[in-house]
Design a protein around this ligand. Structure first.
Ligand code: NAI
Ligand code: MG
Length: 365
């Protein structure tokens, strides 16, 4: 059956990398209708919102959303270009991706990490919880009065006093834990990963980690064929760098997952390669991990591989698993050839040349 994908190119290199990668859908002959929509800084500037209502409507009637890149926080140049009457309103700009995540309740951030540059092959993913943990928004510049009795016994707090003590709370809920853990096991099952690793800190954050363990054990019982383990997050970081092939699905609360997922991007070879997805019960969006790279925009040198792999991830989500595999194979074919890749991977190809090579490889397989 035919699927509809909302394509939101956004700012900077976003439109360039999507233009380069999207032809892969036609090349593979997939029954997908693409509908382009507006998002980003330009729309905030001209219409007062980076996500116009027509874009929300488009998202609402689509099976998946593909994003290029957007301005999360306007840089100095974007601000300098701004009409004077907008300049004072600029601090009110809210990143469109944050709006998407919150409004669609996209609780799972998925970052596949795969060896595309040679060496020992590995393929794993980091699943980051997106709505709670240490980024739940429970963060105070001074410890609130009602909380002080809980904090005052700490020797450093006793010396500093309430006026010189800040705090952030790591909040884990049954609702939040259960849905992210279930997502991790479902993903492992669907992709044949033999193991789920919970990256946490049981030796230090004893109580909240014990609760996470309790939820993990209960949910794991529904997936008897999948092994699970709990490792300290710092150890996971070390093993990701040393032996990435040991992992299947790594799941973590918001802050630990934030750090591990960027480490994953580093392990696989940088921002030019890393794809991501944000997924919830009622929506999703797929985007390269990189941002709008304003200095690179218009130079024709942006690496389109992350965009290709993002399209691959989206195809997988829509049930076109075989096509997704073809995209990944085509990418591996190209990334091994120095003359076909862009500057960030040590090559000299342009965006268009690199994309043409991936498309050729796709048609060949
Ligand atoms: P960035 O990811 O845009 O760029 C960081 C560095 O990586 C730059 O040196 C850039 O040239 C390079 N780079 C990024 N993508 C590349 C590609 N495809 N090929 C080759 N080199 C690439 O991060 P930056 O500069 O911190 O942010 C720029 C803008 O993007 C800001 O407005 C920021 O808020 C936004 N941003 C948006 C994200 C998103 O849409 N999810 C994520 C990160 C940043
Ligand atoms: Mg990050």
């Amino acid at each position: 059956t035919s699927k509809t994908v909302a394509v939101l190119p956004g700012d900077g290199i976003g439109p360039e990398v999507l233009d380069a990668a999207l032809p892969v859908i036609d090349a593979l002959g997939l029954p997908i209708t693409l509908e382009h929509g507006d998002i980003g800084w330009e729309f905030w500037r001209t219409e007062g919102t980076p996500v116009p209502q027509r874009t929300w409507d488009l998202i609402g009637r689509s099976d998946a959303v593909l994003l290029g890149a957007t301005t999360s926080k306007p840089g100095r140049e974007a601000l300098a270009d701004l009409e004077p009457h907008l300049r004072e309103r600029a601090p009110q700009y809210v990143s469109p991706i944050i709006q998407l995540r919150q409004r669609l309740d996209l609780f799972a951030n998925l970052r596949p990490v795969e060896s595309y540059l040679g060496g020992t092959p590995y393929r794993f993913c980091v699943v980051r919880e997106n709505t709670e943990g240490l980024y739940a928004g429970l963060d105070w510049d001074r410890v609130p009065e009602e909380m002080w009795p809980l904090v005052a016994d700490h020797p450093n707090a006793r010396i500093s006093g309430r006026e010189a003590t800040t705090a952030s709370v790591r909040m884990l809920t049954r609702h939040g834990l259960d849905r992210i853990l279930r997502f991790a096991f479902e993903h492992a099952r669907a992709h044949g990963h033999p193991r789920v690793t919970l990256a946490d800190k049981p030796n230090v954050l004893r109580q909240s980690s014990a609760y996470a363990r309790e939820r993990l054990e209960e949910i794991a019982a529904d997936y008897p064929e999948i092994e699970y383990e709990i490792l300290n997050v710092d150890a996971v970081a070390l093993w990701m760098a040393r032996r990435p092939e040991r992992f299947g699905v790594i799941v973590a609360e918001n802050m630990f997952g934030d750090i591990l997922s960027d480490l994953g991007g580093g392990v696989m070879g940088g921002l030019g390669l890393a794809p991501s997805a944000n997924i919830g019960e009622n929506g999703n969006y797929f985007e390269p991990v990189h941002g709008s790279a304003p200095a690179l925009a218009g130079t024709g040198r942006a690496n389109p591989i992350a965009a290709f792999l993002t399209v691959g991830l989206l195809l997988e989500h829509l049930g076109f698993g075989e096509a997704a595999g073809q995209v990944r194979d085509a990418v591996s074919h190209v990334t091994r050839r120095r003359d076909r890749v862009t500057y960030d991977l040590g090559g000299s190809a342009t965006t268009a040349e690199c994309a043409a090579s991936v498309l050729d490889a796709c048609r060949a397989v």
